[in-house]
Design a protein around this ligand. Structure first.
Ligand code: HEC
Ligand code: HEC
Length: 426
């Protein structure tokens, strides 16, 4: 994947925009949410109206001036590990298995303010999107994220040129959800294309501004959000992976580096003093991991066709969606912290990833972020004979397979142990 030109930005301004900004400009009236939730300690130390608000909401002014709590990027791009909140670590515990739109909020807003109120007007675009999305974003198991379908479903409800909302969808979407594990933001600085199938080309800031599609009113608003996004991307590029917090056997790790550079570097690059990263997309036929994500763009071209005709794909800083027939080999910086593994989060530990025959077909974790396994690198889990609930990851479902990436199988047990030790240092 060759690089494409990027706008530059101011990282500090980008961080401020993440914590206070209005990518989404509709939501639950602030006063109502506060009375439902009380004060929350997880407010990232923010001031003003966002003080005491959970970190996945920003206090913003809707176009009509009503203050609302609007969901942010950190809903999906922040997560706890061993008790600590890490911004940029993908959320791996969210539960989209029961994602019905909440009639509770509709009722609460209506009861408190009435449907002719400015509060209802400020809330409505958010509620309307939730309803349009609900059918398409229900995952079969807890953990994976349906973001790909969120964007496709929003595109179906917006005119490509002026981004105005359409009550009925202009193209059909398959109901099946493509499950993805949210990638760590600290990897972005090495990448020449965004997303697992290297779909996102052109200006990364423009591509990322698509989140505003949830509630924006028109292209003037899209332009406003787009102007802040280079700062957000600049901040994301400053992120470093968290360091492995347990002891490392440095002799074994040094042996592992040799094995890694021989067997893995041609796809995943080299690390340390002079790092290199090849930005290599590996064809489905070679990688063998679950094909649904890559294939869904071949089978249903409506979304990327829409995007490439839309406002987002115009001008000197345009975004472009160009599907490939494979997956990018990701950088492995901070890999210890980003379990579960593969683009669909189907493998609970690095040890299992590197020995494909021992990967569990059905596995269950506690979803307690301190249940970390420092030896196998990943989640403590229990293999099951059959799924006991949607907390069990079921690799027999379409999109959820744990097949492929058998490159670790040819290593000896000793070599695998050494590679795992080396991966802890990245
Ligand atoms: C509903 C969850 C969700 C929200 C909200 C969200 N993202 Fe993401 N994001 C994802 C998922 C899932 C992916 C991976 C999708 C894929 O590769 O197919 C992703 C991918 C990305 C990537 C590409 C990373 C890479 O390595 O390829 C960037 C950059 C990004 N998001 C930025 C943002 C920004 C900035 C916001 C807020 C304006 C945001 N995201 C909001 C879920 C979300
Ligand atoms: C032919 C290229 C190739 C080789 C060789 C290769 N990998 Fe990979 N690797 C990939 C691709 C592509 C993916 C992403 C697959 C997916 O998500 O479906 C991946 C994914 C991974 C992941 C999971 C990343 C994540 O965030 O989920 C790890 C860990 C990994 N590889 C380690 C290794 C190690 C260790 C070796 C050497 C023993 C190796 N790989 C050899 C291409 C390769």
């Amino acid at each position: 994947m060759p690089p494409s030109p990027q706008r530059s930005g101011d990282p500090e301004a980008g961080y401020r925009y993440l914590l206070y900004g209005d990518v989404v400009r509709s939501g639950i009236p602030l006063e109502l949410l506060r009375s439902l939730l009380g004060e929350n300690a997880d407010d990232l130390g923010r001031e003003g109206d966002s003080k005491g608000l959970p970190y996945m909401f920003n206090a913003v002014e809707a176009p009509n001036g009503v203050k609302v709590a609007a969901p942010t990027c950190l809903t999906c791009h922040a997560e706890r590990l061993n008790g600590q909140l890490i911004i940029g670590l993908g959320n791996n515990t969210s539960d989209y298995t029961r994602s019905a739109p909440s009639p509770l909020f509709d009722r609460a807003v209506e009861m408190r303010y009435g449907k002719n109120s400015p509060e209802w007007t400020a809330y409505w675009p958010f509620s309307r999107s939730q309803k349009a999305l609900a059918l398409y974003i229900r995952t079969a198991v807890r953990g994976p994220n349906p973001a790909d379908k969120i964007f496709a479903a929003l595109a179906a409800h917006r005119r490509a040129d002026d981004l105005m909302w359409l009550d009925s969808a202009q193209f059909q979407l398959p109901i099946e959800v493509v499950p993805t594990d949210v990638p760590a933001w600290w990897l972005l600085k090495k990448k020449n294309a965004l997303y697992y199938n290297a779909l996102g080309r052109g200006d990364f800031a423009r591509l990322s501004s698509a989140s505003a599609m949830l509630t924006l009113t028109d292209t003037a608003e899209a332009r406003r959000v787009d102007a802040y996004m280079p700062d957000v991307i600049a901040w994301i590029r400053t992120l470093q992976p968290p360091k492995y917090p347990y002891p490392i056997d440095s002799v074994l790790a040094a042996q592992g580096r040799v094995v890694f550079e021989k067997n893995c570097s041609k796809c995943h690059g080299t690390y340390g003093e002079k790092p290199s990263y090849p930005n290599r997309v590996v064809e489905l036929s070679h990688i063998g991991t679950d094909p649904l994500l890559a294939q869904s763009y071949q089978k249903y071209p409506e979304y990327h066709t829409w995007y490439n005709r839309s406002w987002f794909a115009q001008g000197p800083h345009k975004g472009e969606l160009r599907p490939t027939n494979g997956y990018i080999a990701p950088p492995l910086d901070g890999i210890w912290a980003t379990a579960p593994y593969l683009h669909n989060g189907s493998v609970p530990t690095v040890a299992d990833l590197l020995q494909s025959t021992q990967r569990p077909r059905y596995w269950r974790r506690s979803f307690d972020n301190s249940d970390y396994d420092p030896t196998r690198l990943g989640w403590q889990y229990r293999a099951e004979d059959k799924p006991t609930s949607s907390d069990t990851y079921d690799t027999t479902l379409p999109g959820y397979s744990n097949s492929g990436h058998t490159f670790g199988d040819r290593l000896s047990d000793e070599e695998r142990r050494a590679v795992i030790e080396y991966l802890k240092t990245l």
